[in-house]
Design a protein around this ligand. Structure first.
Ligand code: PBG
Length: 339
């Protein structure tokens, strides 16, 4: 006969009354799954994709292992896979062969981004929300998000005129949702008015509302062949400011934003939470290039468990309050979640 099993010794053993043990709810995988507060689902994930004019084959982005600049045709493979996996959407970024001071390839109906929108909508438009970046930095030779004054500052109101034109070009190309990311004051109002004036009432706006002047966009600059020197501190927000992030989100909603976004995500989870608590529209968060590259680099060195770290990252962003997460891991995460 085996000896009787002694009751577990607990920190509470000497205390009268019931022992409070949160660990009870962690006893088995089934129980942990039942009480899990936050879930990540494929439908909540949006895959950002890059398409570059004039490429014959997809080109690796060295600072973002696993992410490429697509050709127009390889892009279709990536978005078909995204649709197959049940993602919420794709966010398209275009890189023109020739950049200039006003970013005119962004408004050109035959520009790479606008052509790619039409291609992608034809391929997966009935299964995915097709979104496009509405900003000039991919198209300007100086790399800023707007047009410049003669003395080299970003000209807010002249930039708005270009954004309005760009919004129409993207809407005419068939996009479902535009993502103004340039942080110009009044951009949502001007874009909404331009869309409505041309009866594009159903094209929605995902406003990059609380977008910070972040070092974590570094690898993205390689991804879009940006020539930016200097920084974006006169238009993107100071990382120190959370109240201002909420203000930007509320302003964008007043101007007609359908969703608001916080960007980057990981260092700004408090802003995601504050915005979530203050607004009554869906909140998105952008798990940006530097966040991706950091984790990939650590995993490549064997310093962290890559798949676990990816899912933990996305869970944390969801837990902070994001309804939608833009992430370069979207397709891979969807695959991991099927297991
Ligand atoms: C601007 C834009 C940027 C990103 C998305 N849209 C770059 C910037 O503002 O400097 C960054 C995305 C990322 O880092 O993953 N068009």
């Amino acid at each position: 006969m085996s000896p009787p099993v002694s009751p577990p010794v607990t920190p509470h053993a000497s205390v009268p009354g019931p022992s409070v043990r949160p660990r009870r709810l962690r006893t088995t995988p089934a129980l942990r799954r039942m009480v899990s507060e936050t879930s990540v689902q494929a439908r909540q994930l949006v895959l950002p994709v890059f398409v570059r004019e004039g490429l014959r084959e997809p080109r690796a982005i060295s600072s973002m292992p696993g992410v490429v600049q697509h050709t127009r045709s390889s892009l279709l493979g990536a978005v078909a896979e995204a649709a197959e996996l049940g993602l919420g959407g794709v966010m398209l970024f275009g890189i023109p062969e020739h950049k200039n001071a006003t970013g005119s390839a962004g408004v050109d109906p035959a520009g790479v981004l606008n052509l790619a929108i039409t291609d992608v909508v034809a391929e997966v438009g009935d299964q995915l929300t097709v979104m496009s970046d509405l900003c000039l930095d991919e198209f300007t030779d100086h790399g800023h998000c707007g047009v410049l004054t003669p003395d080299g500052r970003v000209d807010n109101d002249r930039t708005l005129e270009v954004y309005a034109e760009m919004a129409l070009a993207q809407a005419d190309a068939g996009v479902d949702m535009v993502g103004p990311s340039g942080m110009m004051d009044g951009q949502v109002r001007v874009i909404r008015a331009a869309l409505d004036a041309q009866s594009h009432h159903d094209v929605s706006i995902l406003a990059y509302s609380a977008k910070y002047a972040s070092a974590f966009f570094g690898p993205f600059r390689e991804a879009v062949d940006s020539s930016l020197t200097g920084d974006r501190r006169t238009y993107q927000q100071d990382p120190a400011n959370a109240v201002e992030g909420v203000r930007e989100a509320l302003l964008d909603i007043a101007e007609g934003a359908d969703l608001v976004m916080v960007k980057p995500a990981m260092g700004y989870l408090d802003v995601v939470r504050r915005v979530r608590d203050e607004v009554s529209v869906p909140v998105a968060a952008y798990n940006v290039s530097g966040e991706y590259s950091m984790l990939e680099a650590a995993a490549a060195n064997g310093w962290i468990d890559r798949e676990q770290a990816i899912l933990e990252t996305l869970t944390s962003i969801r837990r902070a309050g994001a309804d939608v997460v833009l992430t370069y891991w979207a397709s891979e995460a969807a695959r991991l979640l099927q297991r």
